[in-house]
Design a protein. Structure first.
Length: 276
């Protein structure tokens, strides 16, 4: 179990579908945690922290824990391109907290506290993009292991919520991590066709193959009918490839989904994780 502001825990992380055997083996080991700040929020507490694995890279995160003496379900929250952990933590995470579900939101590489002098959306070199994507996949797996190791969390009831780019990471993470029992993809879909990095991205973590690996685990997709970033046909392709049980909600929105989507995602996920 994770204890105190600077502690270490051995996490036997399972191999990721998005990682080679060597990469997955390298992720197992001790995760070091550093607590930065703790504050009381409605329904529980929010802990700002950093954790790092065997590669020594620190991952900034926000952990929200409900007021509950028993281990609770939990969800990993993965934001979109040019966003940051606070966006999902203070919308989806805060809503989940009301329903007694913990959450961990992380800053993906080049985002949030890990910002690069160049905007993340300006990177055009496919090899560089894939390097950051590979790192994000490793860290999402590491975050899943960290979350399940918390004594406040029931590691048998884990979910993941991905938004836009975070949906791509969420699919690959859930495909390789069987402890994740429910998946929410908001403004996410299959890769676009005809871009310089599409074939490389499919080789690393094909969302179509990933979503097929989720068969038997509940999947909810929420998408805007007018989304011009991740087009509706991309969302439909991913949904069609998924096995049951699955649901898709179409909203009258673009890429930025309305508040109702946050509430719907939280209600749906909490009910699946709690077995209601």
């Amino acid at each position: 179990m994770v204890q105190g502001p600077t502690s270490a825990v051995f996490l036997p992380l399972p191999p990721s579908a998005a990682s080679s055997g060597a990469e997955a083996k390298g992720m197992a080991g001790q995760i070091h945690q550093k607590t930065i700040n703790t504050r009381t929020v409605t329904g529980g507490q929010e802990i700002e922290l950093e954790f790092r694995g065997s590669n020594g890279v620190s991952v900034p995160a926000l952990l929200q824990l409900p007021d509950n003496a028993e281990p609770v379900p939990a969800a990993l929250l993965l934001h979109g391109l040019t966003s940051r952990k606070e966006v999902l933590a203070h919308t989806v995470g805060s809503t989940l907290l009301r329903y007694g579900v913990a959450s961990l939101a992380i800053d993906l590489p080049l985002h949030g506290k890990r910002d690069d002098p160049r905007p993340a959306g300006s990177i055009r070199n496919p090899l560089e993009m894939m390097a950051h994507w590979r790192q994000a996949l490793r860290e999402a797996m590491l975050a899943t292991g960290y979350l399940s190791a918390r004594r406040e969390v029931d590691g048998r009831r884990l979910g993941v919520v991905g938004y836009s780019l975070g949906s791509q990471i969420a699919v690959a993470t859930a495909a390789g991590e069987k402890r994740i029992t429910a998946v929410v993809l908001a403004a996410g879909g299959d890769l676009p066709e005809g871009t310089p990095f599409t074939s490389m991205a499919r080789a690393l973590a094909d969302p179509i193959k990933g979503v097929r690996a989720l068969a038997g685990r509940p999947l909810l997709m929420i998408h805007g009918r007018s989304d011009r970033t991740v087009k509706p046909d991309q969302a439909q392709r991913l949904f069609d490839a998924a096995g049951e049980p699955k649901e898709i909600r179409w909203l009258n929105a673009g890429h930025y989904l309305p508040t109702e989507a946050v509430e719907e995602a939280a209600v749906w996920l909490s009910s699946r994780l709690k077995g209601v």
